[in-house]
Design a protein around this ligand. Sequence first.
Ligand SMILES: Nc1nc2c(c(=O)[nH]1)N[C@H]1C(S)=C(S)[C@@H](COP(=O)(O)OP(=O)(O)OC[C@H]3O[C@@H](n4cnc5c(N)ncnc54)[C@H](O)[C@@H]3O)O[C@H]1N2
Ligand code: MOO
Length: 403
Amino acid sequence: MALMPVSDALAAVLAGVKPLPEEMIPLDEAYHHVLARDVAARRTQPPEAMSAMDGYAVRAADAAKVDAQLTVIGEVAAGRPFAGVVGAGEAVRIFTGGVVPAGADAVVIQEDTVAEGKRITIKEAAIAGRHIRPAGVDFREGDVLLRMGTRLTERDLALAAGMNHPHLPVRRRPKVAILATGDELVMPGTTPGPGQIVYSNGYALHALARQEGADTIDLGIAADTLEATTAGIRRARESGADILITTGGASVGDHDLVQQALRDEGIAMAFWKIAMRPGKPMMHGRLGAMGVIGLPGNPVSSYVCAFLFMVPLIRALSGRAVIHHHRERAVLGRDVGANDQREDYLRARLERRDDGTLVALPVSHQDSSLLANLAAAQALLVRAPFAPKAEAGTPCEVLRLPA
Ligand SMILES: Nc1nc2c(c(=O)[nH]1)N[C@H]1C(S)=C(S)[C@@H](COP(=O)(O)OP(=O)(O)OC[C@H]3O[C@@H](n4cnc5c(N)ncnc54)[C@H](O)[C@@H]3O)O[C@H]1N2
Ligand code: MOO
């Protein structure tokens, strides 16, 4: 049976997905949330011309010559403007961030003056506009500086504050519930009995989901029974999860019960099995409003499928403007063999040559159980279905993994 191409599977995962509802949240909680609307400045910054230095506000024409003398008629500090006007032969003491008084068109820094009482002597000729930040040089009221779909950085928060927004309209963060399955799994730090495996997949999945801006719910490890698996799925629904991620029990073995449990719960299954390596037995469907991604149990398959499918789904629900991973051009660091019908995602290390070329070096063992190789990889090298064998130096495409 022909397997579903990866691109069709991704399209199915994203089909009909709309961003979650909008909510207003305080600025200090908005880090890494996604903006639900464009945000415009509520004020002009700076609102008036301001001094960039400590010194004297002058009329440039009066201070254009070294040894010109001026009379200091007042002082302006940040937050305390000067009410008067700077006339001919006059100067006003000014500090960084102070509003440039009327009449002045330059600031002479204090190091370039000699002060004696109310008199100053200019030691460096003034130039009109020097050390003055014009009104609106940063932004003007009404300027749209933050765009819908932006994931807010720490710098965006400072900008929003400067624009005078104490709250921002963002999308609700997706809730991702993660359910592992497998009788053989024991927690890290315990002593595994014969045939037992230390649980690892969930650690990567929770971290990856959170890094993408989701809140995660840990549903623990379900035993390999229909009852336990079903109970886990029901807890996901009760928790209001937007996405249920299962890991393990996706294949065709007698103990692979995830699909059965999901069908019994009434899932509209979109696909099971895709033309991808690792990750062939992945499944996807919808259980009411909850998107379900059934990941394979092999640790590398679980991670790679989450990276390729869960991440874009979280981004779409979050209302992100950019949903898809960016494919970078690179060249092969070594020969690779011909590919079969499954799109291959090879773990690879990256190197940058002196001429700037990015080189992707696939790790030598690509078995989907190898955690050490997964951790050491910096990228996934994409090999199209039926790609012919290729020599070192051949152009290729890579997806960079999170650093
Ligand atoms: N006859 C066939 N057998 C298999 C096929 C197939 O097409 N026909 N597909 C293979 C592929 S490809 C994959 S991938 C695996 C996936 O199988 P499952 O999703 O059912 O995974 P499990 O059997 O539950 O586990 C596989 C392996 O991974 C370990 N595991 C599971 N969960 C975790 C976890 N949370 N942390 C760490 N390790 C975990 C588990 O102990 C197994 O060793 O099926 C192939 N078989
Ligand atoms: O798709 Mo499975 O991932 O190769 O081990």
